[in-house]
Ligand binder design. Sequence first.
Ligand code: 4AD
Ligand code: MG
Length: 461
Amino acid sequence: TTLVKNLYRETEKFTGKEVQVSGWIRTVRDSKTFGFIELNDGSFFKNVQIVFDEKLDNFKEITKLSVSSSIVVNGVLELTPQAKQPFEIKATKIEIHGTSSPDFPLQKKKHSFEYLRTIAHLRPRSNTFSAVFRVRSVAAYAIHKFFQERGFVYVHTPIITGSDCEGAGEMFRVTTLDLNDVPRTEEGKVDTSKDFFGKETNLTVSGQLNGEAYALALRNIYTFGPTFRAENSHTARHAAEFWMIEPEMAFAELEDYMDIAEEMVKYIITYVMENCPEEMEFFNTFIEPNLFDKLNNVANSDFARITYTEAVEILKKSGVEFQYPVEWGIDLQTEHERYITEQVFKKPVFVTNYPKDIKAFYMRLNDDGKTVAAADLLVPGIGEIIGGSQREERLDVLESRINEMGLKKEDYWWYLELRKYGGTKHAGYGLGFERILMYLTGMTNIRDVIPFPRTAGTAEF
Ligand code: 4AD
Ligand code: MG
């Protein structure tokens, strides 16, 4: 069997030759003596056209096939310079592998993305979703390629962990305890020492702390894996299970993180545009008008870099009445982030040096004693796609930050030891994989860029 992708990429080689293709029927049209099939074989975004006629002994059967039936076709590839498609296959034999029930839900008419989410097992057979998931795969490859080319070591950090990286308590508990018969301590608390791991464990919210341990040994590392947050926010940008890329670099500062993150974002855009031309063309036409202009602009411009304090000034001077009033110290809300990226800069913006009280304990305290060496990358249309910082390498400062934030020093003993044994300045960041996919494709809901989304209240499939 030849993949349809190869027929398109090397049409000349196959012209006039006998080929075999296999796939799922998108449409069948027929008149009395001949017919056309649009076939998608899953290897390529575009369909291949099959022409068949009554000389085939199963002609009648073929004309009755419904959408999504699977077939194997033998035939000759012929160029069709006059037609919409560059070539077609004149069938000499069509073998029916699986018929499809006529109630197959993805008929030609356009369905809403909301509806398609209820058939997550079938939606990859639609144009939009086959394009999204092909781009997801290529973007993942681009990210590995980017870091591997620069000598970063891919580290697999644990999914089950006893620490809370963000200190925000948004964790899914992992337990083997019988919820109907939980062992109790004398004080009546749940006795987690009887649990499988002998302590309270959860699904990781971030691989960063483990990543730091490896950066302080292997220098430049990155993680790329699933992370979990039990935040009950019903937004189009939050999922309970999402994938994160977390590079960590020893002997690096905040500026180094921003430089490599900017280079990475541009690299991913360029790589996907070059390697998924058909899919990107589709998104540009049907999903986000001017997607190409946006992405080309991002790939060729310098990202803006402003401090949190400057951002607050810009927002205050804007004269806009925000729903959430702006003053120094607040966490920037989506409306603020969008104003800054969409109205002021019209391109990606790094916002740096946030107030320490709204950021995680591990971020390096600046000399002003009020802000930390953090940076978020905000992009038009989405908001935050990256969060990162220089890490606090001074043991005493880190310990007092842990205290200040009401966390327990004992829980972080090994993380603190990284400062005790040859600590050095280091920095890193987390890129939300689904967020950058939304940015690349123009899809506006995170549920539509992850194959089987997990959000509050939905874990079907
Ligand atoms: O800003 P966050 O929480 O940062 C961290 O977890 C750091 N430990 C990263 C690091 O420095 N190594 O998350 C990083 C990114 C966000 O910018 C966002 O793109 C994405 O992860 N993200 C989510 N994506 C989808 N659904 C959610 N619930 C997300 N929460 C964060
Ligand atoms: Mg963040």
